[in-house]
Ligand binder design. Structure first.
Ligand code: ADP
Ligand code: MG
Length: 690
């Protein structure tokens, strides 16, 4: 078995019960594979000793010092004592002849494990307080215990909930022993990075012999992952390149009539994009095109106009959106714009009742629907089209890269148009989409005023709320966005549910306020969105569900609380919900005091520019390598260990490697490629479904 097939849940491991499984899931760890590829935040070298004496010398320069020593317990005492809560203090001496104390907050039970006279190995970060060396966070082992956590390099993981370093280390050690050590290497020997077998690389990722080995091993594994991604993408591209069809001239009459009927004229960039798409649609090779442009630049309109030409030619079109909310909005817009011209539209989502779905599927198969708008439900095997020509995937960044293949499979020569508001540098686009043509809309429709962005520190909400009140008094609308749906595990973070009540009860008693988030039933969510865009609500309180594509022209305020908890591209998308008409709009970013450096940078970038291209570049730069958990999920594709920004060079070499492999073994049928083939199958499944 290869690494990539280890999809068994972590709960298979001894010691992983419900609570631990939940904590691990918060870190993105569900399968054994996730655990094996869980990248340590850093490593702790416990081979070099540091005595109490060394620590004291160090402490003249900094406020805490590392200790890694052998010590003897001298005595116990107790500190505190108010309200009966006493804390054990264990006094020690080590070979340097110096003393130190361990403060055992909440761990008085250690008294019996550390009796006077006990000889231990000790690791911890010590401070100089009350005239002595003290530590409250420490690890120890009895010197005669079978060795474990000393004299070696140890991984330090990101943690969550009640996980401990020791606990996670035991889990990775167990997983390595039971699953990681007898893996079939994914790559044949000549293709391995610096000779790493998969098993050796996994072992060194967690427990390296030398610190430098860990990064080399991580790169080898990241290369494996990129190679799988590239094999999938390059193979699709090869098949596409070989697919030819007869040229299909398409009529343009209806499209032109509809465009003329719009209350505005298309921008030059939109005109050009429509033409580029049209000539792809007529050509003898299926289209594979990315339409990129900032939020509100008019991409969806371009996509719909392109659909009209196909429909007039007698074909069907599918438009897929990332959320039900957005799909519903597109369906409504499409119906309003296209049905008067005799175009038959339909809306399909996973929540559609069977009694409705059956006749709809029959109509699609019979060619009685011209344009199907929906969510990923459009992909499922039960959906068949009579003659699907064009598949439009709106706002690609929300989909797994490979999902589009499933939709394309609905018609062998299907043209594919992907729209995205996240500008993707060309080189990266190649790595993510294979061969792809790009149309770019750079200019916004005329008359738009750039959104004015204000930063405010938490505590200054009142001022922001007053600005919003003034806008509402003028008949405009506002969004309030929060990072959580309800009271969560993280204390002190505002949530949408409670804030809706607070805003309605205390701040804006005069306003009508709606609430949307992902746990509200779909019908209710849609009704609320519709009411907000009609003007029946003044304020919409939400989570990031409003992030993508939602279009309410009279919304002029976007208030984001705990803005530091959102990534740059999410902030930019959210801000794009306002400023969609001639009205001056505002974005208020409320951030907490404890900003990380990256958090500060994000706020600064948002304040400085409205340009989505610039923001995308800053995003890549700020996140860079050495990512924290979660950002590996770049929004384009969910990778386990490779990082699109930090490992960009690896992505390119993986692409070349994939081209070489496929050039002489398209089906990966050679015996040496057998593990690769198995891994690719499992990997594709994970990425497509995950
Ligand atoms: P995107 O998909 O790029 O976010 P949309 O296609 O949803 O943008 O367009 C955003 C809004 O701008 C819509 O209300 C749309 O009708 C309007 N719009 C599109 N093109 C133009 C244009 N050329 N002039 C004025 N308004 C436009
Ligand atoms: Mg759009």
């Amino acid at each position: 078995m290869t690494l990539w097939e280890l999809s068994e849940p972590v709960s298979r491991l001894r010691g992983v019960g419900g609570a631990t499984a939940r904590d691990l899931a918060n870190l993105g760890i569900k399968a054994i594979l996730d655990l094996l590829l869980f990248v340590p935040r850093t490593y702790e070298d416990r081979r070099t000793p540091a005595s109490f004496g060394d620590a004291l010398q160090h402490l003249t320069a900094s406020d805490s010092a590392r200790v890694n020593t052998r010590a003897r317990v001298v005595d116990h005492s107790y500190i505190g004592g108010r309200s009966g809560k006493r804390t054990l203090k264990v006094q020690l001496i080590d070979g340097s002849g110096r003393n130190a104390s361990l403060l055992c907050f909440g761990r008085n039970f250690l008294a019996s494990k550390l009796p006077p006279g006990a000889e231990i190995r000790l690791f911890g970060h010590f401070q100089h307080r009350y005239g002595e060396l003290q530590a409250s966070g420490f690890e120890f082992e009895h010197v005669d215990a079978p060795g474990g956590a000393f004299d070696r390099i140890l991984p330090v993981y990101p943690l969550s909930g009640s996980l401990t370093q020791g606990g996670v280390r035991r889990l990775t050690e167990t997983a390595l022993a039971h699953y990681g050590s007898h893996l079939v290497s994914t790559l044949p020997a000549p293709s391995r990075t610096e000779g790493w077998t998969t098993s050796a690389a996994l072992h060194s990722l967690h427990f390296p012999e030398q610190v430098a080995d860990a990064e080399s091993a991580r790169k080898a594994l990241a290369f494996e992952e990129f190679l799988l991604l590239q094999l999938r993408i390059v193979r699709e591209a090869l098949i596409r390149r070989e697919t030819t069809r007869s040229k299909t001239p398409l009529p343009v009459e209806r499209r032109r009539t509809l465009a003329r009927a719009l209350p505005f004229s298309l921008t030059d960039d939109q005109e050009r994009a429509v033409e580029e798409i049209h000539s792809d649609l007529e050509s003898s090779q299926p289209m594979h095109r990315l339409l990129q442009g900032d939020v509100g630049s008019g991409k969806t309109l371009v996509a719909l106009l392109s659909a009209v030409a196909c429909i007039e030619g007698g074909y069907q079109v599918a438009l897929m959106a990332p959320t039900e909310l957005l799909a519903r909005q597109h369906a409504d817009n499409a119906a309003r714009m296209l049905e008067p011209a005799g175009i038959r539209t339909a809306f399909l989502t996973g929540s559609l009742k069977r009694s409705m779905r059956t006749p709809l599927l029959a109509a699609l198969a019979a060619g009685e629907v011209d344009l199907a708008v929906g969510t990923h439900a459009l992909f499922t095997a039960e959906v068949t089209f009579r003659n699907l020509k064009l598949a439009i995937i709106d706002e690609q960044q929300r989909f797994g890269v490979l999902q589009r293949a499933a939709l394309q499979a609905k018609g062998p020569e299907t043209d594919l148009l992907i729209t995205t508001a996240t500008p993707i540098p060309r080189t990266l686009a190649l790595g993510l989409f294979g061969d792809v043509d790009i149309s770019t809309i750079r200019t916004m429709p005329p008359g738009r005023k750039p959104v004015v962005t204000h930063l405010a520190r938490a505590g200054n909400e009142a001022k922001v709320y007053e600005r919003v009140r003034a806008e509402i008094a003028r008949g405009n609308r506002a969004y309030f966005v929060y990072p959580l749906i309800e009271e969560g595990v993280t204390e002190g973070i505002k949530n949408a549910t409670a804030m809706r009540d607070m805003l309605a009860g205390e701040v804006f008693p005069e306003a009508r306020i709606g609430l949307v988030h992902s746990r509200i039933p779909e019908e209710e969510k849609e009704a609320t969105m519709a009411a907000f865009s009609r003007g029946d609500f003044d304020i919409l309180v939400a989570t990031s569900v409003v992030e993508v594509g939602v279009d309410v022209a009279s919304a002029t305020c976007m208030v984001i609380e705990h803005a530091e908890r959102f990534g740059l591209s999410a902030l930019h998308q959210l801000r794009g919900r306002v400023g969609r008409s001639h009205l001056q709009s505002y974005c208020f970013l409320l951030y907490s005091e404890e900003l990380t450096d990256a958090g500060k940078e994000r706020m600064r970038v948002m304040h400085r520019t409205n340009d989505g291209f610039e923001i995308a570049e800053e995003d890549l730069r700020i996140r860079g390598p050495g990512n924290v958990v979660g950002t590996r999920q770049s929004g384009f594709v969910r990778l386990h260990i490779a990082d699109l920004a930090g490992d960009f060079a690896l992505l390119q070499s993986a692409r070349h490697a994939a081209e070489r492999v496929l050039a002489d073994d398209r089906g990966l049928l050679q015996p040496a490629h057998q593990p690769l083939r198995a891994a690719l199958g499992a990997f594709s499944e994970r990425v497509i479904e995950g």
